[in-house]
Design a protein around this ligand. Sequence first.
Ligand code: ARG
Length: 484
Amino acid sequence: MTSTVGPSPYYENSGFQPENIYSTRQPEGANPCPPYFSTNALSVPSYDPRIATYQSSTPVARSSGRTCAPSVKKTIIIISSILLVACCAIAAFFIWYFVENRCFGSLIECGSSGACISPSQWCDGVSHCPNGEDETRCVRLFGPNFMLEVYSPISKSWYPVCQDGWNDDYGKTACKDMGYSVDTYYYSQGVATEVGFKNYMKLNTSAGNIDLYKKLYSSDSCASGNVVSLRCIECGTSAKSVNIMSRIVGGSGAVPGQWPWQVSLHVQGIHVCGGSIITRQWIVTAAHCVEGRFSDPYSWRVYAGILNQNEMLLRNGYRVQQIISHPDYDADSKDNDVALMKLETPLSFTGTVRPVCLPNPGMMFQPNQQCWISGWGAEYQGGKTSNNLNYVMVPLIEQSRCNSIYIYNGMILPTMICAGYLGGGFDSCQGDSGGPLVTNKSSVWWLVGDTSWGTGCASPNRPGVYGNMTVFTDWIYKNMQAYR
Ligand code: ARG
């Protein structure tokens, strides 16, 4: 794809500029009313009018010595009434502010918008909050063992769900609410809680046939001591183990089923970008792949389970129904470089077509953690698309290190993650964009990032930069849910 880094990285750090602008303007602002007073009284210091204003009433009182006492009293009364009114105004403002920003009684706050709704409206399937938090913030999967958590809008925190009374039907409901389709439901299982939780969500099984969230109540005990671990889709399994020593630039050829989530995205019969399967209908790719004239879903074809580009030309590929680019994607900085493609017809999963797992909140990827990238991108800087799928192992690089002056000098934003070798030699390259950066943890393959940019390919001190998937998963689930 496009070589995404423009001018030299060293001049691009606009982060420091606003400070300069403000600091040069500061002295002007120090004079509260400069244009009117300064032009008329060139030689008069700017603080003169203020002294005149304060003195205007007292000299009058002083000049007429005999009427001093009543006059002073009058002044005191006037000043104290002004003060009283001012105090009342300030108090009224604070009351108004409090009412505007906090919810009264049992009402619960939506989130950043500050709107209030009744607890029964939270997770009732109808969106009430201006930003929809009441329906998107209901359930989540936490950590590497997919622990189910339910949000309590009252305590504004997430609680694990006690396994007592839980069954697959509840599991399917929770998965559906996250945006998964029920036909991929995998399993629910109880997992022992290592550290005793202080609070759980418990099922009130005698509550009859009501909504799942209405049946849950918070409790400080869970008889079995097991909490629900929920798998909404069988993701992150690969038929083939990788040879860790194998090394897209400097990589090796993949074998069938090794990277089953990898797709090739074509426009007019040409490979343009990579992507990753996350469900039967959703593909994650980079926002810069679907910019401008590439934003039309009908121009794309998606190829899954095929290693060879030549072979794709003989097939039809899957049609794309919808493309959703991250609303905060910035083409210059590559901030939020992620997009979703929804397929017109769902994929059939096989040994060579399988989804990768989206990272769950609470998962930490260590610096230096071994990750793999794959794609049909160029095999050297300036080269052409490869015919075979290649892959290579790249370790993650710590954010602060990647942002250091001799690497990317502040260009790495929180939505990005670096991986590669400072010595160069192994990297993703043009044509790999949108494709996966994955890691294996707890015997599951996780999507850590999507290939985004880099200066050149495989050059020393210029590692690959990837979209930081952990930052995007909320946005992804929200869209999967909204465009089910
Ligand atoms: N922007 C490129 C693409 O569209 C990916 C570049 C990755 N570069 C790198 N040095 N890792 O395919």
